[in-house]
Design a protein around this ligand. Structure first.
Ligand code: FAD
Length: 420
């Protein structure tokens, strides 16, 4: 079985490795000349927690089947060939894992000096070299990423203005958001719920304009929103332009699979209920499933879009849908949140009212990141409030004697549902 994987990011490497382990003859086509460090580590270049590393080489069998410098412009689904800059490559099945791209920003003054538009690794390297020279910096765009970047820049001593038109971390519950905002302000960040109108200055950035107000700033860091980036091919796409896939990562064309940021997962029966899941964890899981199936297996992806971050010392682990995402997909979600317990751990569950299935979940506070796997398992296995309300949690000399925050929230959810 000849399996071609297009794109050697998180999803593509996982797909290639999985297909290889199942005995397929794998060719991985990657457009770059060398492997870059994973994107999740790029922001740490700014604070100096990570250093620019020499291009990474995958250390095992990947080296034999990676074809670097092979940009795939088009896939001919009928003839089963991928057209690359180095000629056509034939396949029996193909995994598209070409990640995301960005639309060019359109704000006024975007071409001025000291506007940093963060499209790729070179932009992070350039900013890392220059960021220490600025006393006042404005950051905007990009949800949790903008907050991480604002935190890193602020830790270097700059005064940071964070513009976030929808408010910070819109997908998180109110309590978690308020705590993150409180800590961010305490650390000296100025938060404004305003969109960026433009940049003012003679040649370089001297100020940013937001909702008609002018704010002195020496640099602007702009995080453009990602969108799926598949090569040209004749398969069905979702609302955001990503390759529409089912839970086997199979597209509308039987021998074509897709995984990671370039895919859109069908969550309901129509393409309007599909969503890109742009998380490293989802990309890896999707890649493994796509690779297995492309090699003739029958794997099913259980996706939870789980992520963990520490914002200003506050650990936040979350996964699944937020109520707003639920509404967009036509699923009405109820929220139940328990107050932070003695140990400061807080839990929110977003569940389907009729079935009580947990569709989204957030744990915040000290030790919250240890709940990462639990969050992923609970959501991807469709667990319900009763499944969790009486769940035993381990007891040891060092563990707290009370109920787990998840069981507590689930129990409160059951009561809430009974009363409503
Ligand atoms: C700065 C930053 C920080 C992030 N931090 C986090 C985080 O903390 N946690 C988290 O869960 N997620 C994070 N993400 C999101 C996460 O990195 C992505 O969801 C993940 O990388 C997607 O993996 P992928 O394999 O689909 O795409 P990518 O990792 O983008 O890989 C795509 C690959 O395909 C190649 N390619 C593209 N087009 C072609 C073509 N036509 N032919 C051949 N090759 C091609 C590219 O060169 C690239 O190597 C972050 C993203 C960014 C940008």
């Amino acid at each position: 079985m000849r399996v071609v994987v297009v794109g050697g990011g998180v999803a593509g490497l996982a797909a290639a490795s999985e297909a290889h382990s199942l005995g397929a003859e794998v060719t991985l086509l990657e457009s770059s000349e060398s492997y870059l460090p994973p994107k999740s580590g790029w922001p740490s270049l700014l604070s100096g927690e990570a250093q620019p590393s020499p291009p990474e080489k995958p250390d095992h069998e990947l080296r034999e089947y990676s074809k670097m410098g092979s940009l795939v412009a088009e896939v001919n689904v009928a003839e089963r060939t991928a057209r690359t800059s180095r000629g056509p490559v034939e396949y029996d099945s193909i995994v598209i894992a070409t990640g995301s791209t960005h639309a060019d920003p359109t704000f006024r003054g975007s071409g001025k000096k000291n506007v940093f538009i963060m499209r790729g690794y070179p932009d992070y390297l350039r900013l890392a070299n220059e960021v220490r020279g600025f006393a006042r910096v404005c950051v905007t765009g990009g949800g949790p990423l903008s907050l991480s970047i604002a935190e890193k820049v602020s830790s270097l001593g700059a005064k940071v203005l964070l513009l976030s038109p929808t408010g910070l971390l819109g997908q998180l519950s109110e309590v978690v958001r308020r705590e993150v905002e409180r800590r961010a302000k305490e650390a000296g960040l100025v938060l404004l719920r305003s969109p960026l109108d433009g940049v003012a200055g003679v040649e370089r950035v001297e100020a940013v304009v937001a909702s008609g107000s002018v704010h002195a700033s020496e640099a602007l860091i702009f995080l453009p929103a990602p969108r799926p980036n598949p090569p040209r091919l004749a398969v069905e796409v979702g609302l955001n332009g990503g390759i529409l896939v089912d839970d086997r990562m199979c597209s509308s064309s039987p021998a074509v699979y897709a995984a990671g940021d370039c895919a859109e997962v069908r969550l309901g029966s129509t393409s309007s209920s599909s969503s890109p899941m742009m998380y490293q964890s989802a990309a890896r899981a999707m890649g493994r499933v796509a690779g297995a199936n492309a090699a003739g297996g029958s794997a099913v992806a259980r996706l939870a879009s789980a992520a963990s971050h520490t914002f200003f010392g506050y650990e936040v682990s979350y996964g699944g849908l937020s109520p707003a995402e639920g509404t967009r997909l036509g699923i009405r979600l109820l929220e139940v949140s328990t107050p932070a317990r003695g140990d400061g751990l807080f839990c929110s569950l977003f569940f389907d009212r009729a079935s009580t299935e947990i569709r989204g979940m957030q744990v915040a506070g000290r030790g919250a990141s240890s709940y990462e796997d639990a969050i992923s398992l609970i959501i991807s296995n469709g667990m319900t409030l009763p499944d969790l309300a009486y769940q035993e949690s381990s007891f040891g000399p060092l563990s707290p004697t009370d109920l787990s925050p998840i069981a507590l929230a689930a129990k409160t959810g059951l009561l809430m549902r009974k009363q409503s």
